[in-house]
Design a protein around this ligand. Structure first.
Ligand code: ATP
Length: 557
């Protein structure tokens, strides 16, 4: 067993951990010219049938090859021929490892092992693909065979160079696994889907189980003492709840700013709510643990805003959402339906819509410029999507501490200009500044990211790192409107509904006007009491394969 990192003991490493061959000065790469064609002929160990492996612009292409070509490191197969007989293409981002070994100088074959993640059509469920076979040398003497073997070694190094272009191989990952997350399947998913992918990429992995919030091993505590210099990323095999706990643990440290910025989080979806994964990799990847594992290996940091929620003398950090009214009830009031998985949210919504329950509330909102103009918000989102993501600013902010609260803590009053201006409703166009509203609602939902669940895109134009938060407010509506209100929820229809008031703001304060009910912060229950929200721009980091949140143009209709 080989360890390249003094901070890990051998128990932390996979049994077959061998650092990936990335040295630019290795014997094979040193001073050798590129072959004319980046192509290998390999006799697959699994099927005994020969395949061609080509390094093309679009990625590693594996094609079938006729038996009579056996024994050649072919240099003649044209690319057009290759694509017509192509069986699989792996973009380099999906290639995990390529190794060559030769048993002895006399050997007439070099063993090649390749691992990659395959996704049919680029959107199909991701699967681990492993290929091992021999490249037979055609030379008559030992020297010729050695030359052939070196070329195979070079080929593997070239593939690795392309596969890890701009990405550090052998990432050191700390994995926090919630053994009861979702339907309690996290452990099994780890064994069957996640661990084999990380192992194939020779990641250095340390796995720990999280404990319930009352235990010392809860994820908040684990994050509070996380040594971020010893790991490249922190992986959660869980739902959004553990991500919330981890972010809160990192944020409440004296060195919170450095801890958040130096700890990219990668969610592997194994809970009942996996919204962060959906926002990072798209709804088709909502439950795709293999794809998320690939993101842990190859993902690029993306900045994520955090919201400070203050309630009495408590401060929580929220990365996803704050829900009040029906949307809080359907999450927290359906705990007894947990066995249903995601379906419990739908059942909760239908129950609430049928009873037409409404919730009196007082809101004070500091609205951003043009923050109530849905067409403007959609256009800004579309424009941003068309541009490359801006570089992450790691310099702003003084020292290690988190930004000061603008509201202050505890039961601070609203800023002067917001007091005593209670309207029944907000006027159509609002200037920048504080506005207040006292009304009955079906729900109020604050969100930082477009999706709050796999099938609910509540905030289509939300940006994860613009320093602002989006608010959706739905007032009392008929049963029919409430039931049809969720039509098209997966594609963002709620944003377009005329029943939905939509505000982009920098802060808000919500005061429930009934004694009992639920308030949900990132899906976790907090007391049913007034709370205030403000946003800190780009405080945390996640990893996404494309280096940005998943997005889709919004069409205004
Ligand atoms: N070993 C454990 N035993 C019991 N509860 C745990 C354990 N580890 C974590 N938890 C709790 O699990 C919750 C978070 O679960 P997770 O993030 O995996 O999924 P979720 O989708 O947010 O919620 P869930 O799947 O529970 O609906 C937190 O409340 C946390 O305290």
């Amino acid at each position: 067993m080989v360890s390249c990192c003094p901070c890990f003991n051998s128990d932390d490493l996979h049994d077959d951990y061998i650092p990936l061959p990335m040295s630019p000065t290795s014997a094979a790469a040193n001073g050798r010219a590129l072959p004319d064609q980046y192509e290998l002929l390999l006799v697959s160990k699994q099927s005994q049938s020969p395949v061609n492996l080509l390094l093309l612009d679009e990625g590693l292409v594996v094609t079938r090859r006729k038996k009579n070509a056996l024994g050649q490191v072919a240099a003649s197969l044209s690319i057009s021929k290759a694509s017509s007989s192509c069986i699989k293409t792996f973009p380099y981002l999906q290639v995990l490892s390529a190794r060559s070994t030769r048993s002895s100088p006399e050997a007439t074959a070099t063993r090649v092992s390749i691992a990659a993640v395959y996704s049919k059509g680029g959107t199909g469920p991701a699967k681990l693909f492993q290929l091992e076979g021999d490249v037979h040398e055609v030379g008559h003497d030992r020297e010729e065979r050695e030359r052939g073997s070196c070329r195979v070694e070079w080929w593997c190094e070239e593939l690795m160079r392309r596969a890890y272009d701009g990405v550090k191989p052998n990432r050191r990952l700390r994995v926090l696994l919630n053994p009861i997350g979702g339907k309690g399947k996290a452990k099994q998913l780890w064994e069957t889907d996640i661990s084999p992918v990380l192992r194939a990429a020779a990641c250095v992995v340390k796995v720990e189980h999280t404990g319930p919030s009352s235990s010392p091993s809860n994820a908040t505590n684990l994050a509070r003492t996380h040594d971020f210099t010893a790991y490249d990323a922190l992986v959660t095999v869980s739902g959004d709840g553990i991500v919330h706990e981890v972010l809160n643990g990192l944020a409440c440290r004296p060195d919170g700013l450095a801890a958040l910025r130096s700890t990219p989080i990668i969610p592997i979806p194994a809970g009942s709510g996996n919204a962060l994964q959906v926002n990072l990799e798209g709804p088709q990847r909502a439950n795709d643990c293999v794809w998320a594992a690939l993101a842990a290996i190859k993902g690029t940091p993306v900045a994520l805003d955090l919201c400070s929620i203050t309630q009495k003398d408590k401060r929580y950090y929220s990365f996803l959402s704050q829900a009040f009214g029906l949307m809080a009830d359907l999450d927290l009031g359906t705990e007894h339906l947990r066995w249903m998985g995601d379906t419990r949210f739908t059942v909760g919504y239908v129950q609430g819509a049928l009873t037409r329950r409404t919730y009196p509330v007082e809101l004070a909102v500091k609205i951003a410029p043009n923050g109530t103009d849905k067409a403007f918000l959609a256009k800004s989102y579309n424009d941003a999507l068309a541009r490359p993501p801006p570089p992450i600013d790691d310099q702003s902010g003084a020292g290690d501490a988190l930004p000061e609260l603008q509201f202050g803590t505890a039961e601070d009053e609203l800023p002067e200009e917001a007091r005593g201006r209670v309207h029944q409703d907000l006027p159509e166009r609002l200037e920048e500044g504080w506005h207040t509203l006292k009304t009955d609602v079906q729900f109020v939902y604050g969100g930082k990211l477009p999706f709050v669940a796999k099938d609910v895109k509540l905030f289509p134009p939300a940006s994860g790192n613009d320093g602002l938060i989006d608010l959706a407010i739905v007032g009392p509506i008929s049963r029919m409107d409430a039931l049809s209100g969720m039509d098209g929820a997966a594609t963002g229809q709620i944003f377009h509904n005329s029943n939905t008031r939509y505000y982009r703001c920098s802060s808000y304060r919500l005061t429930p006007l009934t004694p009992k009910g639920y308030v949900s912060i990132d899906g976790e229950s907090v007391p049913h009491e007034p709370f205030q929200v403000e946003v800190h721009k780009a405080l945390a980091r996640c990893l996404a394969l494309k280096g940005s949140f998943w997005g889709k143009q919004i069409s205004m209709h």
